[in-house]
Design a protein around this ligand. Structure first.
Ligand code: G3H
Ligand code: 13P
Ligand code: ZN
Length: 313
């Protein structure tokens, strides 16, 4: 089926108490792993492309890969810009055929964020594209933006979120509730700010919220990376129970990138370590792709979106 926007998916996710997985794509193996897992689970999916991915892979290649995946499957698939930094980046993606764009001006003061987001909404809506915005700040690193140090000090203010959505008419909102990007999120079991999700949800009934920085940083993959010559100090991600809990609330989209990176890296390291003579990329990218597929399959169950593709067509 043709690529879709998030509109129907989010309505179903909101009403049904589940969330859609939004996975980052930079190359063919990641895309195939995600699509195969979603196809087997009959799950709707958001494929997201960051500015870094655009630069790395060239959007023409990524778009052709996604369109091919779309033709090969009968899934509802969204092509989404992750963390667009300016109106210009978002405009480019709308013109390139994305179905959904994120404008992330969350590091700007409130009024400037409203202004930038409003401009993107106006342009995107004119072209039938939906817009995710962000208010509050996450930790970790995304592209060249270094997040805040103390994530709990920068959680979203629910009253501000309500004013922001009403002023900008954005279609979904990323809220900061204590998560951060990357593999080094927490040193011990974290407590997320569920009250932020709950209070924001109450102020914006029926409105879809988004959770970024939602990788769980599985211990087994960190251990494999370290066993086969990597060096990843002790770290923890977002517990899966927290993700399931958020998915039952107003969170309709959950962003996951790092966990797939870890799975791919762990498998590549293992092949290199065990067979140092290997030089055929298919022999290490293949096991990496299988491991990413397994991760995605598992996430779809945690998010509750397995089996939900038919509802979102
Ligand atoms: O938000 C960050 C995503 O993981 C994308 O990361 O900007 O390195 O592609 P990237
Ligand atoms: P992770 O780094 O936790 O996978 O988060 C990815 C993300 O939020 C992409 O926008
Ligand atoms: Zn993010």
């Amino acid at each position: 089926m043709p690529l879709v926007t998030t509109e129907k998916m989010f309505k179903q996710a909101y009403d049904g108490g589940f969330a859609i997985g939004a996975f980052n794509v930079n190359n063919m193996e990641q895309l195939q792993a995600i699509i195969d897992a979603c196809q087997e689970a009959n799950a709707p999916v958001i494929l997201q492309i960051s500015r870094g991915a655009r630069k790395y892979a060239n959007i023409a290649y990524l778009k052709a890969l996604i369109e091919t995946a779309d033709r090969q499957s009968d899934l509802p698939i969204v092509m989404h810009l992750d963390h667009g930094d300016t109106f210009e980046t978002c405009r480019q993606c709308v013109d390139d055929g994305f179905n959904s764009v994120m404008i992330d001006a969350s590091h700007e003061p409130f009024e400037k964020n409203v202004e930038e987001t409003g401009k993107v909404v106006e342009y995107a809506h004119r072209h039938g594209v939906v817009v995710e915005a962000e208010i509050g700040q996450l930790g970790g690193i995304e592209e060249d933006v270094v997040g805040v140090d103390d994530v709990m000090k920068h959680v979203t203010d629910p009253e501000e979120a309500e004013r922001f959505v009403k002023a900008t008419r954005c279609d979904s909102l990323a809220v900061a509730c204590g998560t951060s990007h990357g593999a080094y999120k927490f040193k011990e079991e974290p407590k997320l700010a569920f009250d932020v999700i709950e209070k924001t949800g109450k102020r914006l009934p029926g409105f879809p919220l988004v959770m970024h920085g939602s990788s769980s940083v599985p211990r087994e993959y960190v251990d494999l990376i370290n066993k086969y010559g990597g060096k990843m100090p002790n770290t923890m991600g977002v517990p899966e129970e927290a993700i399931s809990r958020a998915a039952k609330m107003a969170i309709c989209k959950v962003n996951i990138d790092t966990d797939l990176r870890l799975a791919l890296t762990a498998k590549i390291r293992q092949v290199f370590w065990e067979t140092p003579g290997e030089f055929d990329p298919r022999k290490y990218l293949g096991p990496g792709r299988d491991a990413m597929k397994e991760i995605v399959r598992h996430k779809l169950r945690i998010l509750g979106c397995a089996g939900k593709a038919d509802l979102c067509r």
